[in-house]
Design a protein around this ligand. Structure first.
Ligand SMILES: [Zn+2]
Length: 468
């Protein structure tokens, strides 16, 4: 069998790994590449490394856009097979892919308007797929439960195991009878791995008998704060910002991070820590995703499950306002009082957060609080890294707000948690490929795994093809 690393190799975005087994082509993940606009368009629109018409199956680890976001374009460009994922991933994709299309269409229209206002002609941006393309692609999905094996082709069986990263996230296990060398091989693709001890989700499930492993390394070489310190740091930042009379903008992934924040804020209000502070979730997708947490309770850890059905809704409280419509969102522009505004996208590449940052990033009373990972070259990363001025929606804005980062909220395992995950994964692990990490993170993980006595650890390079 062959593995062709087509994305998220040497980087953390655009996850796509193409397997060639028994004459079939199976694409693991079909993520959108996020980075410089010009690169984004070229890489995402054209599938430069393979022909979508030749792919037989797609297997999706989880719904994050850097893993699922180019599926509508794949289908639009001729993919005719099925897309396998868990039930919750299918539900999340139903809102996230449509939302991704909507954001593209909206941003394109906005940038064109600004361009014309500045005297330009024609359009300045291009959508990769439309809302209709996104909806159509959902017809190709087949949802499976965790730990239920299914043959997807001759000699190729698929099983999903919980990865504990976001709702519905899965480790992908393929049991392969390789007709070329007559051997049975068990391949594990980690997808993104959760930290374990998550307030909402279950721990990553240990997989046994693994021969070939594709493992993510997003946080290789880095260490998160202990989860108990999360809450303290979060409330300290919130309190400081409220004392200054400013607003707190939290760019948050609509799925998982927003619900984690709501869960935490719920506790804080119950204990009287935030007084009359108003909290706004300004993201239709985050609101819909929160509903899905209630629907897909099969993914929740036992405490949250019990809370949902026995005591009270852990994602709701009196001072919480859900802003679904544009009018509700625009109302926030005129807010005079301090408030907490949670809005997507988490990396500040799109969505309503851009409008909030445009209005608020120049005000020294405000705080922009990052609670998740921002990939290189995204607006979020530039702000995190201390840029003095940033481009937002066609304009340039000075950064005067306090910029804070709490990566301890991360849904990604850090270095030690990835090592624990690796140790928990049993089997010969005779071929280990490190993916989904910037080069220094992948190297740190490679060094650490060498000391574990692993025979073959290889950092996957983009467009590299390996045989195993
Ligand atoms: Zn993810």
């Amino acid at each position: 069998m062959k593995i062709h690393f087509c994305g998220a190799a040497g980087t953390t975005t655009g996850s796509q790994h193409l397997l060639e087994i028994n004459g079939k082509k199976i694409l693991l993940d079909c993520g959108l590449y996020q980075g410089h606009r010009a690169d984004e368009l070229r890489i995402n629109r054209d599938f430069p490394l393979f022909n979508p018409e030749e792919i037989d199956h797609v297997i999706l680890s989880h719904a994050h856009i850097d893993h699922s976001g180019n599926i509508p374009n794949l289908v639009k460009r001729g993919f005719k097979g099925f897309i396998y994922c868990t039930h919750a991933t299918r539900s999340l994709c139903a809102i996230m892919l449509v939302d991704a299309a909507r954001i593209q269409e909206h941003d394109c229209a906005f940038l064109t308007k600004m361009h014309k206002r500045a005297g330009g002609e024609g359009t300045v941006a291009e959508v990769i797929y439309t809302e209709e393309d996104a909806r159509k692609s959902l017809d190709s999905f087949i949802a499976l439960s965790y730990e239920r094996r299914m043959y997807i082709d001759d000699g190729i069986a698929l099983t999903f195991y919980d990865a504990g990263h976001i709702l519905g996230s899965a480790q992908v296990v393929l049991d392969i009878d390789d007709h070329e060398d007559g051997k049975h091989k068990r391949l594990l693709f980690s997808g993104d791995v959760g930290r374990g001890n998550n307030e909402l989700l279950r721990d990553p499930v240990p997989v046994e008998g693994v021969d070939i492993m594709l493992m993510e390394t997003t946080y290789g070489g880095r260490h998160h704060e202990a989860p108990s310190r999360d809450d303290e740091s979060f409330f300290r930042e919130v309190k400081e910002a409220l004392d200054r009379g400013g607003k707190i903008y939290i760019p948050a992934f609509a799925v998982e991070r927003t619900q984690q924040l709501l869960f935490l804020l719920n506790h804080a209000f119950e204990e009287g820590m935030l007084g009359k502070t108003q909290v706004y979730v300004d993201s239709p997708m985050a609101i819909s995703a929160t509903e899905l947490f209630r629907t897909h309770s099969e993914c929740l850890n036992p405490e949250v499950y019990a809370s949902l059905f026995v005591s009270k809704d852990p994602f709701s409280f009196a001072n919480l306002h859900m802003c679904r419509t544009v009018t509700e969102s625009q109302y926030l522009n005129d807010l005079k009082k301090s408030a907490i505004i949670i809005s997507a996208s988490g990396m500040c590449e799109a969505g309503r957060i851009l409008h909030h940052l445009k209005l608020g990033i120049g005000n020294a009373k405000n705080t922009v609080l990052f609670v998740g990972f921002c990939a290189a070259n995204t607006l979020g990363r530039r702000i995190m890294d201390g840029a003095k001025e940033v481009p937002i929606l066609g304009g340039h804005y000075p950064v005067r707000a306090h910029i804070r980062t709490l990566d301890s909220f991360s849904g990604h395992a850090d270095h030690n948690e990835l090592l624990r995950y690796f140790r928990n994964t049993k089997g010969r692990k005779s071929h280990v490929f490190l993916v989904h990490g910037e080069p220094d993170c992948a190297r740190a993980m490679q060094d650490a795994l060498r000391t574990e006595g692993v025979e073959s650890i290889h950092i996957a390079a983009k467009d590299e093809i390996v045989t195993c």
